[in-house]
Ligand binder design. Sequence first.
Ligand SMILES: [Zn+2]
Ligand SMILES: [Zn+2]
Length: 199
Amino acid sequence: MANLFAQLEFKFPKWMRGASLPKVKSVSAIASDKSDPGMTVWCREQAMSFGLPELAKKVRVVWNPRMRTTAGRAWWPSRLIEINPKLKDLSETEVWRTLKHELAHLLAFERCGRRQIDPHGIEWQMACCELGIPGESARHSLPLKSRRMKRKYVYVCPSCFSEIKRVRPMRRAVACYACCKKFNAGNYHERFRLIRNSL
Ligand SMILES: [Zn+2]
Ligand SMILES: [Zn+2]
C-alpha cells in the first residue's frame, strides 16, 4: 500500500509551489462549509492532551458528501479529517470510531514529522490505543458495503474530492475530468491528477 503522505509530497513538491498551484491548505478551504465544530473541538482537546499544540491549532473535521465507500480520510500536513456523512445512517458509534481512526493518523504523522511511516504501522496502532480503539482495523471502507465491493481501487481528485473506482490499478497518470474541463479547458493538468486513496 502506498503512503498518502508520500503521494502528497509527490503531488506538491517544494519547487513547484507557485501561486497557480494548489497548496495543501486549499484542501481545507474547499471543504470549509461542511465543518463539524463539535468534532473539531474534540480533536483539538485530544491533540492538546497529547502535547501536540500545532495539531491542536490546525486540526479540522469536515463532512464530505462526495465520499462513497470511504469512511474517512486524514490529510497531513493540512491536518484535515474528512468523514463520510453516510456513517450517520449506520450509527453514532461508527462515526466516532472513524473519527478516532483518522485522528490516530494525524497523531502519528504529527509525531513523526516528515519522516515517512507506514500509514497503519506501529505509530498509528499506538495512537489508536491512546484514543481508546486498540486493535482497530486498517480498513477505511464503510462496513456494510465493503464485502460487495468489486472495484477496490479508489482514486480521489485532490481538487473536488470526487472518487473514481477501478477494478484494476491505473497504470498511467489520470486527472479528474470535471476539474480539467472546468479549470483547464478540458486538457490534462497535473494538479488534478487522481491520487490513490490508500489510507
Ligand atoms: Zn476534480
Ligand atoms: Zn487508516
